[in-house]
Design a protein around this ligand. Structure first.
Ligand SMILES: Nc1ncnc2c1ncn2[C@@H]1O[C@H](COP(=O)(O)OP(=O)(O)OP(=O)(O)O)[C@@H](O)[C@H]1O
Ligand SMILES: [Mg+2]
Length: 264
């Protein structure tokens, strides 16, 4: 969508699933890196007090002077919070554990659900010329995740290829519906991506079959395999695309980025 006066509008995608450890942060980092490698200008917004996306991209905890907490609750300007990473086309708005109190502090704020929405629409966003903004959500359907869904055009759901994977989805879908009814009627589901997929494991195959049966076209064709290189990369503060570009994990995230771009 091009606005001749305001420049291009970045597409904002919330990466959400209230279940912990399903691959949200891994997907935020590596899909972000893969989109950046395709020449897209990407901002990763770390909306999780754990700060795993920030750490995984090499932003030291000590150096996180302005964070997404300041963006939401202290009216910080985007230019104070957004910073470059070591990777071309990939910038980050980092978080720290400060953000863990935000959920409570937000409750008494009249604009509590719209703070990220408004922050990402500061006029200064234009100067960055972003194509994509990916929001890494915490493992909860709290006000932080609601802020992400209100700010976003779509939600991308990582689904771990394990037993009970689909159980949590109905709660997530209810939250998406509520956000549509109250604050963001145009919120779409970008897609569900199967993560940590093990093709030799019957359970992975069963989760995939169920997901494709119940969710149909919403499930990305690309699945992300379980790959040890993917899990090692954050300890070197690198996306897997940099840590081991030829690994199965890198290939999968590059293919996911291409599938996302082809659907745009
Ligand atoms: N494709 C993969 N192959 C192997 N390990 C993976 C893969 N994807 C994620 N992991 C590992 O699984 C763990 C959980 O992943 P991640 O941190 O991305 O999940 P999360 O949903 O962001 O977790 P949280 O809910 O705590 O924020 C991490 O140790 C990560 O390295
Ligand atoms: Mg995470």
């Amino acid at each position: 969508m091009h606005d001749p006066i305001r420049g291009k509008t970045p597409k904002i995608i919330a990466i959400a699933n209230q279940k912990g450890g399903v691959g949200k942060t891994t997907t935020a980092i590596n899909l972000g890196a893969a989109l950046a490698a395709e020449g897209q200008k990407v901002l990763l917004v770390d909306l999780d007090p754990q700060g795993n996306a920030s750490t995984g991209l090499g932003v030291d905890a000590d150096s996180r002077e302005f964070t997404t907490y300041d963006l939401l609750l202290d009216d910080a300007s985007l230019s104070d919070v957004i910073r470059a990473t070591e990777f071309d086309n990939l910038m980050i708005a980092p978080s720290t554990t400060d953000l863990s109190s935000a959920d409570i502090e937000l409750v008494s704020n009249e604009k509590r659900s719209f703070l990220l929405h408004d922050a990402l629409r500061q006029v200064a966003i234009d100067s960055y010329d972003f194509d994509y903004i990916l929001i890494d959500c915490p493992p909860s359907l709290n006000l932080l995740t609601v802020n992400a869904m209100v700010a976003a055009h779509s939600v991308l759901v990582p689904l771990q290829s394990e037993f009970f994977a689909l159980e949590g989805l109905s709660q997530l879908m209810i939250s998406i519906r509520e956000v549509r009814q109250t604050a963001n009627p145009d919120l779409r589901i970008e897609g569900v991506v199967l993560t940590m997929y093990d093709k030799r494991n019957n359970l992975s195959q069963q989760v995939e079959a169920d997901a494709r049966e119940y969710l149909g076209e919403l499930v990305f064709k690309v699945v992300i395999p379980r790959n040890v290189r993917v899990s090692e990369a954050p300890s070197y503060a690198l996306p897997v695309l940099e840590y081991d570009p030829k690994s199965k994990g890198s290939e999968a995230y590059r293919a996911l980025a291409r599938e996302l771009l082809a659907a745009a």
